[in-house]
Design a protein around this ligand. Structure first.
Ligand code: SAH
Length: 353
């Protein structure tokens, strides 16, 4: 006899769970009870469902599994950033980061195991994309970091950024499903205004976000507004050129009326010339936007060198003259390789790859 593998109960919609309970003759209010255990308490076994009878728990156990993520270990940076090394049910690993600042606690979430893109300055691109994360695996990272925020900082999570491993728009459905659950009242109830999806810029999928009228924030990792340069540092953009990115962003704005944030790192001798600044100013004029300069976090490549702080300020001045807002994001958690672009499952240690 072939043994059917059990599915994760969290892959079921409320409707599907309802019909399961109807089939086994249970009242419908069980759905809400079970969902609360699954999505708010983050339990990892059916036995923990205290208000569900032993008999029903056994039926659930016979039919489903709960594949939640497991923190293998976490490291704390001297600036308070916490990096979690997470094991998935099939043995693969990802990382997620808690970043505390004065007024916020931000969760930096992964969307894929590894990444299929080839940004030369990002450590995650050295890992092959092994698979997409399921909605519940994305959700679990937020739940985990919310619990850590309470435990270590006595505060709730305030912001979520999809800036961990992977390209969220290459895992569109699961990311959107997870965000729906994260923001739902019967999930974590986190406002969509506080959730930012960061993409390297996949035009077709940006248009889809606009068509789906999503209410979360969009950030695009631009890094250069010159096609010839962008192609060198992000080779996959040969297939997703800037003119298509521009079209998709104009479409996004026409449908959502939401401003976009461009993430931008300035490197010595790569994008630090006047022409680079001019191109960025022009790109920013297409739709309402803001620029977030990110400090470069070293990933051990001689090809990429940070510029002086003054250089960032001169970029900022040029934007200001064109009435474009910009901010500078300080690097966090660099001492434990938890900063942007450094998530690589500690390649040298404990690695499966
Ligand atoms: N694939 C998505 C999300 C993951 S990367 C994206 O590209 O947006 C999250 C952010 O970290 C992006 O803005 C990315 O460009 C930036 N990043 C990558 N490597 C970095 C590095 N070494 N130093 C600083 N930021 C980096």
């Amino acid at each position: 006899m072939k043994i059917k593998s059990k599915i994760d109960i969290r892959a079921l919609s409320s409707k599907e769970l309802e019909s399961f309970f109807l089939d086994i003759g249970e009242p419908l209010y069980r759905v809400k009870q079970v969902e609360k255990w699954l999505w708010q308490k983050g339990i990892s076994s059916f036995d923990q469902m205290k208000n569900i009878s032993k008999f029903t728990r056994k039926i659930l156990e016979e039919n489903f599994v709960i594949n939640n993520i497991k923190v293998e270990y976490h490291q704390k940076s001297k600036d308070g950033t916490i990096k979690n090394s997470i094991r998935l049910f099939d043995g693969l690993k990802i990382e997620s980061v808690l970043i505390p600042t004065e007024n916020r606690i931000t969760a930096c979430i992964s969307s894929q195991v590894g990444c299929s893109l080839d940004c030369k300055f990002c450590a995650t691109s050295r890992l092959k994309r092994l698979r997409n994360l399921n909605p519940d695996e994305i959700f679990d990272q937020v739940l985990l970091i919310n619990m850590q925020a309470k435990k270590y900082y006595n505060k709730s999570l305030t912001n979520i950024v999809f800036m961990g491993m992977g390209e969220p728009l290459m895992n569109y459905n699961n990311v959107v499903k997870a965000i729906n659950k994260i923001s739902a009242v019967d999930g974590l109830g986190i406002s969509l205004k506080k959730i930012t999806l960061s993409t390297s810029g996949i035009p077709k999928m940006i248009k889809k976000l606009a068509d789906d009228k999503v209410k979360f924030q969009l950030a695009v990792s631009l890094h250069s507004a010159r096609q010839s340069i962008r192609e060198k540092i992000m080779p996959f953009t040969v297939n997703f050129p800037l003119n298509e990115l521009k079209d998709s962003l104009e479409y996004w704005y026409s449908k959502t009326k939401k401003r976009v944030t461009y993430e931008y790192i300035i490197w010595k001798d790569i994008n630090d010339k006047d022409e680079d600044i001019k191109s960025l100013v022009e790109f920013c004029s297409y739709i309402p936007s803001k620029v977030n300069f990110i400090e470069y976090n070293n990933i051990g490549s001689d090809d990429f060198l940070s510029v002086s702080y003054n250089k960032i300020l001169s970029y900022q001045d040029a934007l200001k003259r064109a009435n474009i807002t910009s901010t500078i994001r300080k690097s966090r958690g660099e001492d434990i390789s938890a900063a942007c672009g450094q998530l690589a499952n500690n390649i040298s240690r404990n690695s499966k790859y």
